[in-house]
Design a protein. Structure first.
Length: 546
């Protein structure tokens, strides 16, 4: 699944980058085996992940809704550094981000003087007994001494303290359908997938490549699940799930669904791994008493078997591949600066930062050294932690949505479509409208005979609404197809019946005429005289007997 050869290409080429669709009899839901392991590196089945997710979903929703976890900081105006394309923008309202401007209503630890007051926080940090991690968490004191240490970051943590960065309430800017697409988003995705080309010949590169691909594809599929689950129905004006869109983007591709589960396993293992190092922290309890218990409730449901990160870079030789992996994933997080839709950029940044944080925890937490583990965790910034939990929430929501889409799919497959057709009285509306429409069309034909106008070409069922119209299809075309088929069939049946009826009526008369004309011709021939005939227009003319 990661066989795309993208090396040595200067321009993104979407055709060579993306996998061909892998539809399975048109349906994933019927073919995936939920008892199977999510991946050879995960000792967990799809079913088990569903169960874990069911247990933690409620707490996770509450957690990301708390004041501490719902705010994120990012620079929406950062220039794209990968190609010269900083002029595009998404004009759709759904692409916009509502930035926090009402500072008075924010908790104290989000106030500008605290967020920006690094010196003040640093000044107190040495004397207080609380560890630096907690102060980072509550005061935003990122970056102490980071520069002198080896780079273990999979994203640019400096972005969060950039002077251009704005604070955004994630709960006020949900991840959903924005209309962003076409060449622009395809270019972003192809550039992301192109990062997945490691130096050939390195030990362990194929497994690293596979993990990289699955992470990106899982992110891509998760975004597609959210935009299908929260899709604008232009007829009702409501945001609602769109099953057909989901099937077209995710559901018909078992591999993409599996990659969402794989990402869930990766992030949950990272969370499981930091659990022992969070216990001494109070998570700004003075602001929200429940945050800590919610986190612990969630983490206690997670299992170490969900993902075995040790298999990825298992021997010494693979450390080069690991460096490559880190640099390439960092690029993925930076490519988010090239996304023109602000809302997509926001959630793209949150999620790529969440994966970057997971990778840092999984691959940079040295198993042999307890102290270094604690240090890595202590140095996580507030925004990495917020991104980590929000990314887990996004994956958890995706899995919940996949299960909901499966139920919708089964209802439709079991004839739900037909049932709703009758329940909504559409069948009877169809009959009534057909009757009225035929009357109208007859009138239209009559008037067109007089006025020589083209009124009779007006579609008969112009106002007819068929059930279950897919958002992605041209509805006019579907209606016209129905009308055309209806017309053609009724016309053909009526003409056939008329023909048969006329044939029976005309048969005796035709036989009598045939008999008369034949005997007349034979009599004339016997007498040796000319006889008369008629052409198709009824004109009589003489024929000579040869
Ligand atoms: C960072 C980012 C965030 C975005 N956030 C949003 C958002 O919040 N809301 C929104 O409405 N749109 C969002 N978009 C746009 C969205 O992802 C799609 O690009 C857009 O909807 C157009 O979809 P598409 O069907 O043309 O194919 P795309 O999703 O653009 O995919 C392009 C090609 O990639 C391949 N492909 C698709 N999915 C996968 C997969 N999971 N694994 C492997 N290959 C795959 C297919 O061959 C496909 O033709 C975002 C885009 C980016 C880059």
């Amino acid at each position: 699944q990661v066989e795309n050869s993208r090396e040595n290409k200067s321009e993104p080429d979407t055709k060579s980058v993306f996998q061909p669709p892998v539809g399975n009899n048109g349906s994933f839901f019927c073919t995936i085996d939920k008892e199977e392991l999510v991946s050879p590196t995960c000792d967990v089945t799809f079913k088990e992940i569903n169960e874990i997710n069911g247990k933690i979903r409620k707490d996770l929703v509450s957690l990301v809704g708390t004041d501490f976890f719902k705010y994120f900081k990012l620079d929406l105006y950062k220039q794209c550094t990968f190609w010269n394309d900083n002029n595009g923008f998404c004009v759709n309202r759904a692409c916009a981000v509502d930035v926090v401007e009402d500072w008075d209503n924010l908790p104290e630890y989000w106030q500008p003087e605290v967020l920006g007051g690094l010196d003040k926080v640093n000044g107190t940090s040495g004397s207080d007994d609380e560890c630096k991690f907690l102060q980072d968490l509550c005061g935003g004191a990122e970056g102490n001494g980071r520069q002198t240490e080896p780079d273990i970051d999979y994203c640019d943590v400096g972005d969060f303290v950039n002077s251009q960065a704005v604070l955004v309430d994630l709960s006020a800017n949900p991840e959903r359908f924005t209309g962003y697409g076409g060449q622009e988003s395809a270019l972003i995705w192809s550039s992301i997938y192109r990062e997945n080309c490691f130096s050939p010949g390195e030990m362990g590169q194929s497994l690293a490549k596979s993990v990289f691909y699955r992470l990106v594809s899982g992110l891509h599929a998760s975004i597609a699940t959210h935009l299908s689950n929260d899709h604008l129905n232009t007829e009702t004006g409501k945001w609602e799930p769109d099953l057909e869109l989901f099937m077209a983007r995710v559901g018909n591709f078992p591999e993409r669904v599996a990659n969402i589960y794989f990402n869930y396993a990766v992030v949950s293992k990272a969370l499981w791994k930091i659990k022992p190092y969070l216990s001494h922290l109070s998570f700004c309890n003075s602001y929200n008493q429940d945050v800590k218990s919610m986190i612990m409730n969630i983490l206690s449901q997670l299992d170490s078997n969900v993902f075995n990160e040790d298999l990825i870079f298992e021997d010494e030789l693979s450390s080069k591949v690991k460096d490559d992996f880190r640099a390439r994933f960092k690029n993925v997080t930076k490519i988010m600066d090239c996304v023109h839709c602000d809302r997509c950029r926001l959630w793209g940044k949150v999620q790529t930062t969440g994966y970057a944080t997971s990778l840092k925890i999984l691959f940079e937490l040295d198993d042999r050294d307890e102290e270094s583990k604690q240090q890595v965790v202590d140095k996580l910034t507030k925004y990495e932690l917020i991104a980590l939990f929000n990314t887990f929430d996004r994956l958890s929501k995706s899995i919940e949505s996949i299960n909901n889409f499966e139920r919708l799919y089964e209802i439709q497959a079991a004839g739900g479509k037909l049932a709703s057709f009758f329940q909504n009285n559409n069948f009877f509306k169809l009959l009534k409208k057909a009757r009225n429409s035929i009357k109208e069309s007859v009138q239209a034909i009559n008037s067109s005979i007089n006025s020589s106008s083209s009124e009779d070409e007006k579609p008969i069922f112009a106002d007819l609404k068929m059930p279950g119209k897919p958002a992605v299809k041209n509805t006019d075309q579907i209606e016209n197809k129905w009308k055309k088929a209806w017309h053609t069939e009724t016309h053909n049946v009526i003409e056939a019946l008329k023909f048969i009826y006329r044939s029976y009526i005309d048969l005796p008369r035709n036989l009598w005429h045939l008999l008369l004309s034949t005997s007349n011709r034979l009599w004339n021939k016997f007498l040796g005289i000319q006889y008369l005939s008629e052409d198709d227009d009824g004109v009589s003319y003489k024929l000579d007997i040869i």
